[in-house]
Design a binder for this molecule. Structure first.
Ligand SMILES: Cc1cc2nc3c(=O)[nH]c(=O)nc-3n(C[C@H](O)[C@H](O)[C@H](O)COP(=O)(O)OP(=O)(O)OC[C@H]3O[C@@H](n4cnc5c(N)ncnc54)[C@H](O)[C@@H]3O)c2cc1C
Length: 464
């Protein structure tokens, strides 16, 4: 393919085009519903490869899709016709334990960060599945088990190295290019390719308490009641979620429940494990579960404990809706919409976003909605294309049962229209994001994301 003729040097970096044997594999992302055909995929190995790739795209007037971990359910890590800048060979993590700082390359996964930082009893609040990319999760905000204690992932970001739309290198932090810095934390992949992230690290001892309190579906309301109270009242060192799913095939789970629809309260506690055990004891006294898998475990193991439930290549359709108050009446309506699940891997999560997530001053980053809220997140996950309509209909139905509701977090949902993205950020925040976009990517070359659209009249028109 002609990319090598462009005059840009990519050294030994591999460029995968449609004629390449590996193209069918490389064009795919996590979500098997996404079926796009980029003009080329550049597997970058370094910051300078990324610069060359951006310049090649500009020269050819191609739009760019940046791929970190490839987990975006909207499929933003690939595209039709444009150039995919694939960062999967850029996964190095450097830890400065003394200063509690980690420098993480733009294509790293959370497993890379957890492994490197836990050697020193440290961690960044990352996602709940270790195969998710650091890039997309951080730039969209980033929520995980440590967030009630230490905030969203973007709140721990100290600096970033960015290759911008004109192919130049920019360092950004609270002192350097502060508007770009503000926009990167929550505004998604709109502003350039982040080749390295610098994070503040937090103390997270090796051992944590984690597992599930599982209940048969006939006890769903009782479990929900238990969850609604403790989710609000547990200490910040605990994180609880309500889940409706298919009960796992584990020795602790009674045979009658295994492989059948069930609900559970997921329990995670760190630092104050004794305090966590006390809460657990109260919970089990109030509503004795049908199975209890909660135990002490290594933090790194717990972080990857659910990976096998999210295999790559399955068809995924996700919804997420937020509500400031969820009383037992509306909880009952949403419970009624859940069963039967459309497939074994499908599930619904109910989370509470509060505590440290809501501590930052709202204007301090582009992340909107820093107020306590409930998030209902339905994940339809299936493999047979004949089941598309049923699975997608189910996920939509679950979110429709939560009303009134709004978009709580774009990383949990598929593509959104320009109006929906603007509504998510709110008028003032969106206007500020548009100003940053106009300054750094006026031609919208980075458009495969929840797109902040610059005003027309960029410098150099580029095709899709
Ligand atoms: C199984 C699974 C579990 C998840 N769990 C969580 C969770 O616990 N918490 C949570 O908050 N979210 C979670 N998510 C959602 C996740 O945050 C988003 O899907 C996120 O976009 C994934 O990032 P990625 O790098 O893997 O994705 P990609 O598809 O590679 O990228 C997503 C977007 O980010 C941009 N991007 C990625 N890397 C860079 C970079 N280095 N520079 C510039 N732009 C970049 C891309 O251009 C694209 O627009 C989960 C998703 C999945 C599929």
């Amino acid at each position: 393919m002609a990319v090598r003729d462009s005059g840009e040097s990519l050294g030994e970096t591999s460029i995968v085009g449609p004629q390449h044997l590996d193209y069918e594999v490389q064009r795919r992302v996590f979500n098997g519903l996404i079926d796009r055909h980029p003009a080329a995929i550049v597997k970058c190995k370094s910051h300078s490869d990324v610069i060359s790739a951006v310049r090649i795209a500009r020269e050819r007037k191609w739009k760019i899709a940046v791929r970190g971990g490839g987990h975006s359910v909207a499929g933003f890590g690939t595209c039709d016709d444009g150039l995919v800048i694939d960062l999967s060979l850029m996964r190095r993590v450097r830890v400065d334990a003394e200063n509690r700082i980690a420098t993480v390359e733009g294509g790293a996964l959370w497993s890379d960060v957890d492994k490197a930082t836990q050697k020193f009893g440290l961690a960044v609040p990352g996602g709940e599945i270790s195969t998710t990319g650091v890039g997309g999760l951080t730039l969209g905000g980033g929520h995980g088990r440590l967030s009630r204690a230490y905030g969203l992932t973007a709140d721990s970001l100290l600096a970033a190295n960015v290759v911008t739309a004109d192919g130049t290198s920019v360092e950004t932090s609270s002192n350097l290019e502060p508007e770009l810095w503000w926009a990167l934390r929550g505004g998604g992949g709109n502003f350039g390719v982040v080749t390295s992230f610098t994070f503040a690290l937090h103390r997270v001892p090796k051992y944590v308490l984690g597992g599930l309190l599982i209940f048969g579906p006939e006890r769903a309301l009782e479990a929900m009641n238990l969850y609604l109270w403790w989710a609000k009242n547990a200490p910040r060192t605990m994180s609880l979620e309500f889940i409706a799913f298919t009960a796992p095939d584990l020795p602790e789970v009674p045979k009658r429940l295994r492989g059948r629809p069930a609900v559970a309260v997921t329990v995670f506690a760190f630092k104050d494990i004794d305090g966590g055990r006390n809460v657990l004891e109260y919970m089990c006294m109030t509503a004795p579960p049908d199975a209890n898998t909660v135990d002490t475990t290594l933090y790194v193991d717990y972080q990857r404990s659910l990976d096998r439930n999210h295999p790559p290549g399955m068809r995924n359709y996700w919804t997420a809706v937020g509500q400031s108050e969820l009383n037992i009446t509306s909880a009952r309506m949403f419970l009624d919409s859940i069963f039967p699940l459309p497939s074994l891997h499908s599930l619904v999560l109910l989370m509470r976003w509060d505590a440290a997530i809501c501590d930052p001053v709202p204007e301090s980053s582009a992340v909107p909605r820093r107020r306590p809220s409930w998030v209902v997140h339905a994940m339809a996950v299936w493999s047979d294309d004949a089941a598309d309509e049923r699975a997608i209909g189910w996920a939509r139905n679950v979110s429709a049962a939560v009303s009134p509701a709004d978009d709580p977090y774009l990383n949990y949902v598929g593509a959104r229209s320009g109006g929906q993205v603007a509504a998510y950020f709110g008028e003032d925040r969106y206007a500020r994001l548009v100003a940053v976009k106009s300054a750094w990517d006026p031609d919208n070359i980075f458009c495969h994301n929840h797109n902040v659209v610059p005003p027309p009249g960029g410098t150099n028109s580029v095709s899709a």
